[in-house]
Design a protein around this ligand. Structure first.
Ligand code: DOR
Ligand code: ZN
Length: 344
């Protein structure tokens, strides 16, 4: 008997769509399965004002059509005007605000260096109920790259939470047991996204047997015990953990380089991978919460009315190895195991 699973249409609570030819090439990969996505603002130059976000929204919709809803974010800088941000939220232009520590990742140079300076912005956001989405890594060169998330929680996030307890915060793309524990320790206004790839790979996948640039992303995958903690959180049914793929396309020449870019491109096969991972964990019944219900719950949005059906097949589903875009080819994330779940 064929096994199927029908869930409300999922959303992606953390997505990079880029711009121009790359946007045109890869946005359909997300729009095919997802109804909505939180769109990252780290373009060059970044999306810093309500006007920038409105214009970018238009460019995305021109590619995807109205069947896909981009939920826009602003890129927080030390020059961000709290009034512009609150106005953009009140007008429905933006859903959230993204915090990049300066230098933490791709196009984060305009990010925040002095977190104390952001206090008036955080207070205005708390007052208006605007979520702060954190790229949770410190950039101090003395901190080992594998410790940067845990140190961010202690040195940056926890002090912000203590000073502005009403601020709604999403810890983006968590990669450690420390982050899972921190979510558990906090009240309901703290949530966390988990990517598809961090449920699949640990740091050995990147480094053992030759360096695998398509498994390199930030925050970098940690040791296996951390992956297990993420898997437990994602499959637990706890409503504060939800899907944010962080699907982040770079062309192959930018990835397969002496100084390769960070980012895993998972938009194409995410739902198949997740179904496989949840099935293998004996938690298929928890996929609906993780991909379709917990995110809207945190963001106070309705669950999508449409549905998505997955079917378990006898022969593995084959996805394209690359998506050809006008900017160049983008390699699709290879989970390294067969996928028996296909999206109908
Ligand atoms: O791996 C990543 N890629 N992590 C990020 O935080 C940014 C993203 C990108 O924009 O390429
Ligand atoms: Zn990201």
């Amino acid at each position: 008997m064929t096994q199927t699973l029908t869930i409300p249409r999922p959303d992606d609570w953390h997505l990079h769509l880029r711009d121009g030819a790359m946007l045109a090439g890869i946005a359909p990969e997300s729009a095919r399965h997802f109804a909505r996505a939180i769109i990252m603002p780290n373009l060059v130059p970044p999306v810093v004002t309500g006007a920038d976000a409105a214009a970018y929204h238009g460019r995305i919709r021109a590619v995807t059509g109205a069947g896909f809803t981009p939920l826009m974010t602003l890129y927080l800088t030390e020059a961000t005007d709290p009034a512009d941000l609150v106005a953009a939220h009140a007008q429905g232009i933006i859903t959230a605000v993204k915090l990049y520590p300066a230098g933490a990742t791709t196009n984060s140079a305009s990010g925040v260096r002095d977190f104390d300076r952001m206090r008036p912005v955080f207070e205005a956001m708390a007052e208006a109920g605007i979520p702060l989405l954190c790229h949770g890594e410190v950039t101090d060169p003395e901190i080992d790259i594998f410790d940067r998330e845990a140190v961010f929680i202690d040195r940056v996030l926890d002090p912000i939470r203590r000073r502005t307890p009403a601020l709604r915060v999403v810890m983006e793309h968590i990669t450690t047991a420390d982050a899972v524990a921190y979510v558990h320790s906090q009240p309901e206004n703290l949530g966390a996204t988990i990517t598809t790839h961090h449920l699949v790979i640990n740091r050995n996948h990147i480094l053992v047997g030759g360096i695998k640039p398509h498994y390199y992303c930030l925050p970098v995958a940690k040791r296996e015990t951390h992956r297990q903690a993420l898997l437990s959180a994602a499959t637990s049914g706890d409503a504060r953990f939800f899907l944010g793929t962080d699907s982040a396309p770079h062309t192959d020449d930018a990835k397969e380089s002496a100084c390769g870019c960070a980012g895993c491109f998972t938009a194409t096969n995410t739902m198949s991978i997740l179904a496989q991972v949840f099935d293998d964990a004996g938690a298929l019944d928890k996929l609906e919460g993780f991909a379709s219900r917990n995110g809207p719950g945190f963001y106070r949005l309705p669950v999508n009315e449409g549905t998505l059906t997955l079917e378990k097949t006898d022969t593995p589903v084959i996805y394209p190895a690359k998506i050809e875009t006008g900017a160049g080819p983008v390699t699709v994330f290879d989970p390294g195991f067969p996928l028996y779940w296909r999206v109908l």
